[in-house]
Design a protein around this ligand. Structure first.
Ligand code: URA
Length: 257
């Protein structure tokens, strides 16, 4: 048997409306539990057992949801914002109303973002003790110092005095064609990937600043066992697979490195 929760809480979590809207729906006799119209929104239900309907539409139960989003630029990593669209608003398949992003990407950063309502998992994944690898693809204007890889590996001192943990820098082949950030014919930028295990504010940009360079394009391509699909366009999302979820649970439990 599952656990019992208040009917209004259940309906609000399933995205049927705010608590007060849901209470109003109950008062108007629009909500049935096991085919009986209920009048009290504080009634306890077992979402795994009871048949819950609004206007005769069955409200099926999703306890935890996990989505991988390819975050586009111009969207904020938050659940609410007055000015910009949020990452949560992009999830077309989401059922629950209590989803939130696990960590943040800057407004102008693209790429992999995990969105869930699993607070325990989020907490464990973001814990600095877990050392979950996050890999970014970046385009850098200006040229990198010759010893960039060693500096990244040793750990850098950021402008505010924080020291970064060792990070792995890979320098990619230059592209022949004009880059996203380039405005000339010859590529005036360097393409790299950088793997870090932390998530300090603007960390990747600040690490390159510490080397005297500027990030002009940034995209997260992996986080722990999650890898951004090539065919998931910016703005698109998909549920995690069972296998991804298992691996994520293993990583955050500390069983797998
Ligand atoms: N580092 C940054 O500077 N920005 C991001 O969005 C993520 C990592």
């Amino acid at each position: 048997m599952g656990s019992m929760i208040r009917l209004d809480k259940f309906l609000a979590e399933m995205g049927e409306g705010s608590r007060s809207q849901v209470k109003e729906m109950v008062r108007k006799g629009r909500v049935q539990v096991n085919s009986q119209t209920v009048k009290e929104s504080n009634e306890k239900v077992d979402p795994a057992q009871d048949l819950i309907q609004v206007d005769e539409r069955i409200i099926s139960y999703a306890a935890k949801e996990y989505y991988l989003l390819n975050k586009p630029q111009g969207v904020v990593s938050a659940t609410e914002d007055r000015i910009h669209p949020t990452v949560v608003s992009l999830l077309t398949q989401a059922r629950r109303s209590d989803l939130f992003p696990v960590g943040r990407l800057d407004i102008d950063t693209e790429g992999l973002l995990l969105i869930t309502n699993d607070g325990d998992l989020a907490h464990r994944l973001l814990s600095p003790k877990k050392h979950v690898d996050k890999t970014y693809y970046a385009e850098i204007s200006g040229s990198l110092p010759g010893d960039s890889q060693e500096q990244m590996e040793r750990g850098l001192l950021l402008e505010d005095g924080t020291k970064t943990r060792p990070a792995r820098l890979t320098i990619l082949e230059p592209l022949e064609e004009k880059g996203r950030s380039g405005d000339g014919f010859a590529p005036s930028f360097t393409r790299v990937t950088l793997t870090i295990q932390e998530g300090k504010f603007h960390q990747v940009k600040r690490m390159f600043e510490a080397l005297g360079c500027r990030v002009t394009y940034l995209k997260r391509i992996s986080m722990g066992p999650l890898i951004l699909d090539d065919d998931l366009a910016p703005g698109q999302s998909r549920p995690l697979t069972e296998e991804e979820l298992e691996k994520l649970m293993d990583v955050s439990a500390g069983e797998v490195r």
